[in-house]
Ligand binder design. Structure first.
Ligand SMILES: Nc1ccn([C@@H]2O[C@H](COP(=O)(O)O)[C@@H](O)[C@H]2O)c(=O)n1
Ligand SMILES: O=P(O)(O)OC[C@H](O)CO
Length: 319
């Protein structure tokens, strides 16, 4: 399955697995607008990007599809949140196979976790949205919940809300906790629209990676929030990206981390040879343009075939 943006399949090699990718559809039935920093956002057009993606995936037949979060935008009128989420889920359901969703901040602006998770069919427990699956024996996918510790999405008196407010209070002196004003370098990540991975989830991650190591599996870690400063603006990073990387780096099974949220996309290889790829957002595609793709997984690499604004990447495993 090779197409678009110039990447060719390694000659004569069949992938072990292919999967479709798209991020930040962030749909709303509202006129075009822009981000706080003035980057245009095409709220109605993003569903067209998704429709073209599904059409393509149904021709190419990847085994499953991953959406990296922010299914609808925070500006969606709140009395339409449920309808908007269902509308986009219905479009994803036109793909002839399983679709796995991650939660993003914009999902949580629209709906609380108890409503959101069933709609997105996220197999968490107690409102947690982390899980793993192994579509073939050689590979395991780990989906992290980057808003586990978050000031959005949990009830106001939930311990995770209180923990998040404490983090923001300690690390961000601005009254608007979404503002990075005065925060320097990596400290710019301590914003309300980001979040963190809690202790229980870190322990779960450690356990999953231990099991994957025993099974000799390659692991792909997925999270709405980017995990490596080299692949993202500092203001988009997971609060405790360093703690998550510490766990990941204890093992050599994690080959690639994939994320969304930082809409222009990014790519890096970290100090332990793990690839990080942040996906370009569907929301920021001007009408008629696209950002989606698929990834072919081999024993020694992931090959990302991006469409249009989504860049292609070859991620050869370093260990
Ligand atoms: N440099 C910035 C960026 C953002 N904010 C605040 O975050 C909100 C969301 O930003 P978007 O990029 O998603 O539009 C925005 O409304 C601001 O409150 C900021 O203060 N400074
Ligand atoms: O999708 P948003 O509106 O949360 O924007 C995220 C920012 O691009 C992160 O820097």
């Amino acid at each position: 399955m090779g197409y678009a943006n110039g990447l060719l399949c390694p000659q004569g090699k069949q992938p072990l697995l292919s999967f479709g990718i798209i991020s930040d559809v962030q749909y709303a039935d509202i006129p075009d607008g822009c981000s706080f920093l003035g980057v245009p956002r095409y709220y109605r057009h993003s569903i067209c990007v998704l429709q073209r993606a599904v059409q393509r995936w149904n021709q190419e037949k990847p085994k499953f599809v991953l959406h990296f979060g922010d299914i609808v935008d925070g500006f969606c009128p709140k009395d339409q949140s449920m309808i908007a989420v269902k509308k986009i889920v219905d479009e994803f359901d036109k793909f002839d196979g399983p679709v796995y969703h991650m939660i993003g901040n914009h999902c949580l602006y629209n709906l609380p976790r108890d409503k959101l998770l069933p709609l997105l069919r996220i197999p968490g427990h107690d409102g947690r949205a982390y899980f793993d699956f192994s579509p073939i024996p050689e590979y395991r996918f780990v989906i992290l919940d980057g808003y586990d510790i978050s000031a959005i999405g949990w009830p106001e008196d939930h311990p995770n809300t209180l923990k998040a407010l404490k983090v923001l209070q300690e690390r961000n002196p601005n009254s608007d906790k979404n503002s990075p004003n005065g925060l320097v370098g990596l400290e710019r990540r301590f914003l309300k629209f980001n979040g963190g991975v809690g202790k229980e989830q870190l322990e779960w991650l450690d356990h999953v990676l231990q099991e994957a190591t025993e099974l000799n599996q390659n692991v792909v870690v997925c999270c709405h929030l980017p995990l490596d400063p080299g692949a993202s603006s500092f203001a988009a990073l997971l609060w405790n990206y360093d703690e998550v990387l510490d766990v990941i780096h204890r093992y050599s099974c994690v080959k690639v981390c994939l994320g969304g949220h930082a809409h222009k996309g990014g790519q890096s290889v970290d100090s332990h040879g793990v690839h990080h790829r942040v996906l370009e957002a569907a929301l920021e595609c001007p009408p008629g343009t696209d950002a989606f793709g698929h990834i072919d997984a081999f024993n020694d690499r992931l090959s990302l075939f991006g469409n249009d604004r989504m860049k292609s990447s070859e991620m050869v495993f370093g260990h």
